[in-house]
Structures are given as C-alpha cells and as structure tokens.
Design a protein around this ligand. Structure first.
Ligand SMILES: Cc1cc2nc3c(=O)[nH]c(=O)nc-3n(C[C@H](O)[C@H](O)[C@H](O)COP(=O)(O)OP(=O)(O)OC[C@H]3O[C@@H](n4cnc5c(N)ncnc54)[C@H](O)[C@@H]3O)c2cc1C
Length: 401
C-alpha cells in the first residue's frame, strides 16, 4: 500500500524547512519534507546571510522587519536551536544621485517603526574608521540588523520541525508530481516510492523552472551563479566591522563573528546575464573569470587598509532569480493542491521566518491582512505585466533593494 501524507514539502533549503516547521506548529497533520541531496544543498548552503530591513517596497520592508524580530528571539522561539544571528549593525552607503531615495526609504521605515536613522559622514567615520567615504554622500544605519548563518538556520528550522513530528528525508528527490483526472495533486514519486498527498509545497529554489516543466507549467525562475570572496583582515584591523551595503559600488560585505575574515558579495545586476545557467543542475561550484578581482577592488576601495590582505577563499553559490527579483509565492488554480514559494532572488534567507509563518497560514486557508500581502508575489503578475514595483528605486541597485 502507498504511503500517505497530509502535506509534502519539496526542498530542504531555509524556505522549505521554515514552512515545514510552521505547518507542524499549526498541527497540520502528517508532514514530510523531501530533499534531493542534503539540507541546505542549494542557495541556503552558500548565502552570506545578511539580515536587514532596507527595502524600497513597504511590504518587503514589513516582511523583513517581522523576520528580523524573529531572528532576535530565535532560540526562545524555536526550542533552543540557534540561527547564528549576529546583530552587528548595518550601514547603507549611497552616492549623491541616490540621496533623496535613501531619505524617502528611511522616512518610510521610521513611519513603520523600523529602527533606522541617517547618520552624518563624520559620525560614520568615527564609528568605522577603516571606511573610505570619499564617494559616499549619505548613510543610513540599522542597529538591529546584521547577519546570520543560512545553513545553520536551515538545520535549526529542520531540527525543530523534526521535534514536532515532521519527517525529513534527505537524498530523496521528487522525480514527478502526479495529478488526478481533475488535475489536482495526487502524489509525488521518489526513487523510494510514491507518496499520496493532496497538498504539495514547492520550495525547490533555483530548480523551480525544471521542477514544474512536466506539469506543463512555466515558472520564470532563472538559476544564476553568485560569487563570494573572503579576505583575511590584518592584525591592525582584527576587530569585526558592521555589515556594509555599498550602493555606490553595488556590493555588500560583512565580517565573520570573532574571526578576522571579511566576506564580500556582488549586488550588481549587470553581471547576472553572464552568470545564468540553463539548468540548476549545471551548477558545479564554477567561478566566473574576473569577478573575484572586481569584488576585491570594490572591497579595497571601501576598506583601503585591506589592500594587501590575503584572499582566504573564493566560492560560488546558486540563486534563482525572477524578472522583478521577487519570489513567486502562490497556490496554483490550474493545479489544486500545488503551493509554491520559490525564486527568492538573492534575498530569501532574511525572509525565511516570516515566509514560513505566512505560507503555513496560507496553505491552511487562513486569511488576514498580513497573509493577504503575499498576493504581491502571485505567479500571474508576470502574465499580467504587474511586476512588483516599489514607490522609489535606487539608480543602479535595481530590484534587489
Ligand atoms: C552567494 C549568496 C549570497 C546570498 N546572500 C544573501 C543575503 O545576504 N541575505 C539573504 O537574505 N539572502 C541571501 N542569499 C539568498 C538566499 O540564500 C536564498 O534566497 C535562500 O537561501 C533561498 O532558499 P530556498 O530554500 O528558497 O532555496 P534553496 O536553499 O536553493 O533550497 C532549494 C532546495 O530544493 C532542493 N531540491 C531541488 N529540486 C528538488 C527535487 N526535485 N526534490 C527534492 N528536493 C529538491 C535543492 O536540493 C535545495 O536544497 C544569498 C545567496 C547566495 C548564493
């Protein structure tokens, strides 16, 4: 006889693990999470983990604010498991052309009770003397932001979910989703057998396009490779520094806890066409030429005292991007029982706690003002040409802010 489940969650990244956990907290029945390799095999295994509220769209700011509050109380909230969150503070640096946008965003966030302020350049320099601010015109500071550890957070969600009864099966790819005659979800097929279910939650991240192809569905999620350079800070600069979001040079950097390392990643969308993959399975930790040099130049421009610093590591990870760099969160009318939360486009980690919470309510049919905000991320927006558009935008840092 076939096995059955009330809900099958596919994909063991931070999003799938968070959703499975929140479903279990809401006592949604028998929940099975299926991961094709190991937990945090995809984007969640390589993310830099920045947790900030700085978004130009008020709904994204609200979601990230709520998530940030969860990160601050993660252990108490989730049975003692640790997300690795370090609230070391977060600075946004902009050039002259983006000053008005920064001020508008800061005002909007203050009206939403988000803790953020503009800080004058002399004050920033006094707080972080290693920063070169020569091309910076304005700075905002979020004292409650910082960074977490995405693989650790994924494991924390999964462990807590398992404590609450979720069955987590790694090395178990979903090969096929079977539908009944009315096109409703009927089962998932894995190498270990078929699991009958009426509810499936697709959390396969960068694999989103491929996963639904056999159902005749089109998800506009493009897998791209994203790169990180890790630099060892010299002894004179051993103290950790806050997170720096550099919207002048389109990169972001953070230090590692008590280790003398700084990580820098790219936030320049101009690179994305070169880094795209046809299939997320084509990702083999490849590292595109010149990007490390470019990131290193940007880092040493911002922190001149890192000029002779040793590069300790270079690595890459994979993201799934959508045309507006925002996720697809929906239930599909065409395939009843099919829910999705994919395409988080380089900023899904920070949102994972709130997405777990809202998505679990959405799947269980609960409605309230907050759950209704997920409508912004519906799949049909691409067909309707109604992409997510913030009220203001930065000159170069499109979409990701
Ligand atoms: C270099 C880098 C830096 C980043 N920096 C940040 C940051 O600073 N802040 C931030 O918020 N976000 C950041 N991100 C983005 C963030 O990591 C992602 O948005 C987030 O991890 C997405 O999680 P996910 O669970 O949706 O996807 P993933 O973590 O990719 O998980 C999808 C999972 O689905 C599994 N899967 C796929 N197909 C199947 C199948 N058929 N059956 C079973 N399982 C399947 C995969 O193996 C994978 O484990 C960064 C990402 C990278 C790569």
């Amino acid at each position: 006889m076939s096995e059955t489940a009330d809900i099958v969650v596919v994909g063991g990244g931070c999003i799938g693990a968070a959703i499975a956990l929140h479903l279990a907290e809401r006592k949604a029945g028998k929940i099975i999470l299926l991961e094709k390799k190991q937990l945090a095999n995809g984007a969640s295994g390589k993310g830099i983990g920045i947790i900030r509220t700085h978004y130009t769209h008020p709904i994204l700011a609200e979601l990230s604010h709520r998530s940030q509050q969860v990160f601050h109380n993660f252990k108490e909230r989730f049975g003692g498991y640790d997300s690795g969150f370090n609230p070391c503070g977060y600075y946004v640096l902009v050039s002259e052309s983006d000053v008005e946008t920064l001020k508008t965003v800061v005002n909007m966030h203050q009206d939403m009770n988000i803790k953020v302020s503009l800080v004058d350049l002399a004050e920033v320099q006094a707080r972080v003397p290693q920063l070169n601010l020569s091309d910076v015109a304005a700075v905002a500071y979020e004292p409650n932001s910082g960074y977490g550890n995405p693989p650790q957070t994924t494991l924390a969600f999964a462990r807590r979910a398992a404590d609450l009864g979720v069955e987590i099966r790694t090395e178990t790819p979903v090969l096929e989703v079977k539908l009944d005659a009315a096109a409703r979800v009927q089962s998932v097929v894995t190498p270990a057998g078929e699991i009958m279910t009426r509810s499936l939650v697709d959390c396969v991240g960068p694999w989103a396009k491929k996963f639904v192809e056999h159902l005749g569905l089109e998800f506009p999620v493009t897998p791209i490779v994203e790169h990180v350079v890790v630099v060892k800070r010299p002894i004179e600069f051993a103290q950790p520094h806050p997170v720096i979001s550099d919207l002048v040079n389109l990169c972001y950097s953070r230090s590692d806890g008590n280790q003398p390392f700084t990580r820098i990643g790219n936030s320049d969308p101009k690179y994305h066409p070169q880094f795209r993959l046809e299939d997320a399975d084509d990702f083999h930790k490849q590292y595109y030429p010149n990007i490390a040099e470019d990131l290193y130049q940007k880092l040493t421009h911002r922190f001149p005292s890192l000029k002779d610093a040793e590069i300790a590591e270079k690595y890459s990870g994979i993201w799934g991007i959508t045309p507006d760099y925002q996720p697809i969160i929906d239930k599909l009318d065409a395939v009843p029982g099919f829910y999705c939360a994919v395409g988080f486009s380089g900023h899904g980690y920070k949102l994972s706690p709130v997405i777990g919470d809202l998505m679990s309510q959405f799947i269980l049919g609960e409605t309230n003002d907050f759950v209704d905000k997920l409508r912004l991320f519906r799949l049909n927006r691409f067909q309707e040409n109604d992409l997510v558009k913030p009220p203001v935008t930065y000159g170069k840092a499109k979409g990701l802010r």
